[in-house]
Design a protein around this ligand. Structure first.
Ligand code: ADP
Ligand code: MG
Length: 343
């Protein structure tokens, strides 16, 4: 992950005058290549500073280009067992678990392929299919070993990790924990479009979170009312380039082919209690495509999802009824769990 202008956006504002005159603290931080906004009521300036420090600490741990970062050291470990921070050991272990659960649709060892496309540097190019198939030999999450007790990770020679699909969700979870431990009961985090809520609004009502129209990201397709939930989206419109052939290529890659995942979906939003899990699943379900994602939703009733297919049709899991409000003119289909394994 690249680091740009850290100082510029790290301004804090103190807003008073909300419903019960509780001060609201807010900070904007540019980290992990995106804008992060954290606001909470209660707490104090010191807590705001701690939030900023945590964000920068995590960013440093996983910066693929920083020689001192955990991820850089793992990616240059020549197959040796490597000592890492508690956070990196946890993040990697959870990512591997979710890679297995999604049968490799999520694979944090996708980095060599991602790099060949230029998504790690912004120097985009379309790799030829031979290069891609060679690089795919180096992609296999099952070969990575985490020892949580001794906090070591072992990445086979030639393989490399990229925690981009899960890092923001993990960061959101840890920030919510920090805020909760310090007595905050109302907070809203927006980490580059990944939203995580702690409690409801200061007045007790639910937060309203919009799901963007992937074809017109200034417009919204539906609004969700949430408390204590993560709302995390993966979409083809978030980061992409147009190749010399005039085609659009985006940053979510199918580990089965090495090409951008393109199986009938424009965006996937996952709603659940755990940010890391929602982040992992939004990427994985995007890779699975429309049919695979629908099946996954039917079989996993503990999470909710909003899918938008290539024809801009909206699909909502049934647990969102009463929470989701589709925008005017937006028809929707309910993904029912009746009779599925999970009900
Ligand atoms: P964003 O970071 O834009 O919110 P995602 O959470 O979906 O979106 O993560 C996309 C990032 O994850 C990519 O930029 C890349 O770093 C990484 N990535 C892309 N494809 C995969 C994949 N199949 N498995 C794991 N990581 C991936
Ligand atoms: Mg993700």
């Amino acid at each position: 992950m690249k680091k740009i202008m850290p100082a510029l956006l790290a301004a804090a504002v103190l807003v008073t005058g909300c419903a019960r005159e509780v001060p609201v603290y807010q900070t904007d931080v540019f980290a992990m290549d995106t804008l992060m906004t954290v606001k909470f009521s209660g707490g104090n300036e010191t807590l705001l500073e701690q939030v900023r420090e945590e964000i920068h600490r995590f960013e440093k741990l996983w910066d693929v280009n920083d020689e001192k970062s955990d991820i850089y050291r793992l990616n240059h470990s020549h197959g040796e067992k490597t000592a890492v921070s508690e956070e990196t050991a946890f993040l990697t272990a959870r990512a591997l678990e979710l890679s297995a659960r999604t049968e490799g649709a999520l694979d944090i060892s996708i980095y060599p392929v991602l790099r060949a496309w230029g998504f790690t540097t912004g120097q985009y190019e379309v790799p030829d299919s031979r290069t891609l198939s060679e690089l795919l030999n180096k992609v296999d999450y099952r070969q990575i070993v985490v020892d949580g007790q001794h906090r070591t990770v072992q990445v086979p020679e030639g393989m490399m990790l990229d925690p981009g699909a899960v890092a923001k969700g993990f960061t959101g979870d840890r920030l919510c924990e920090l805020l909760r431990e310090n007595g905050v009961s109302s907070a809203l985090l927006n980490l580059g479009g990944n939203v995580q809520a702690l409690g409801g609004k200061p007045d007790g009502s639910a937060w309203r979170v919009a799901v963007k129209d992937p074809q017109h990201p200034d417009e919204i397709v539906c609004t969700l009312e949430i408390r204590d939930r993560a709302v995390i989206t993966s979409g083809s419109y978030e980061r992409y380039f147009v190749g010399k052939d005039g085609k659009t290529y985006w940053h979510i890659l199918d580990p089965a082919t090495g090409y951008p995942a393109d199986k009938g979906l424009l965006s996937v939003t996952i709603i659940g209690e755990n940010g890391l899990e929602c982040d992992a699943l939004s990427t994985a379900l995007f890779v699975m495509g429309k049919d695979g994602a629908m099946t996954y939703c039917r079989e996993h009733p503990q999470m909710e999802a909003v899918l938008i297919d290539s024809d801009r049709r909206l699909y909502l899991t049934e647990g969102l009824l009463g929470i989701a409000e589709p925008s005017e003119g937006m028809e929707h289909t309910v993904i029912s769990r009746q009779g599925s394994d999970g009900t």
